[in-house]
Design a protein around this ligand. Sequence first.
Ligand SMILES: [Zn+2]
Length: 276
Amino acid sequence: MKTPPQQKTYERAVRLHNRAARCQSAGEPIRPEKLYLRSLALKEQIFGPNHLEVAVTLNNLGLYYKTLGRLPEARTAYMRSLPIMEKELGGSDTQVGDLLYNLAQLLKKEADELEQRSRMIHEAAVEASSGLWREKAVIRQELAAFDLEIGQSKIHRFGVFAAGPIPAAGRIIEYTGERVSRRYWAPRCAGRTYLCNLDKYWCLDGSIGGSGAELINHCCEPNCKFLRESGRVWVVSLRAIDPGEELLLDYNFRKEFGIVRCYCGAPSCRGTINRR
Ligand SMILES: [Zn+2]
C-alpha cells in the first residue's frame, strides 16, 4: 500500500527532529539548528503553526539556543512553544512545568546580562568624563600608514578613528602583540578580548605590546579586515574611509571560547561577535 504524501512528509520531519536531537546531545554546535528549522518548517506545513508537534520542536530548538548562549532566540522559541503546550497538554502537565523552568532560567540569565551591560555603560561614562582613558589608549603612529586617533565610540567605550582620508585596500596599521601559542589561548580568552589569530597555532595578544590596532572595535558591518601575511597581521580598509569615521573590524570570535554578545547596532548585526 502506498504511503500518503503527507505521511511521508511527517516521517521526514520526525527523522530531521530526531537527527537534530542526536547531534545536540553529541554537543555539535552548528548542525542541530538547520535540522530543527527544516523539521519545524515541514511540521508547520502539515499541521499549521499551533500544533503540539510544532511546539515540541520549538522546545528543543529553545534548549539548543539556550545552551549556546543565544538567549533572545531561545526566548522567542520558548515563548512560541509555551501557549501551544498549555493549550494542548493542559496547564498542569510536567512538560509545561519543564518549559516554564527553562524559560525562567533563561530570563534570569538575560536579566543578569542586561544589568551587567548597564553597569558597563555607566562605568564607561565615568571613565570618559575622567579623561583617564586618554593615557591608557595610545596609537603607535610609527606602525600606522595613515593618521589615526582615539576617540569615544558609539559602539563600545573608545575606538580608533581615521584622522584623514584612507583609500580602499589600504594597509592602515600593523596588529602587534605578544605571540601566544594555542595551548594558552583559552585561559587568556577568558579574561581578555585583545586576541587576534595569526594562524592555526599562534595568536597575538594586543594587550601586551599592542600597536593600538587592538582598540579597533568590532562591528558586524565592518569597514576593515585583517590581512595575515608572512607571520604578521595588518588591518586593511575594505572601502574608502572618511576622516572622522571609526575603524571597525569583524572579530568573528570562535564559539568554543564562549558567546560574546554584540551591540554594534548594524542593520545586519548577528547578535553575537562569534562567527555563525
Ligand atoms: Zn553586531
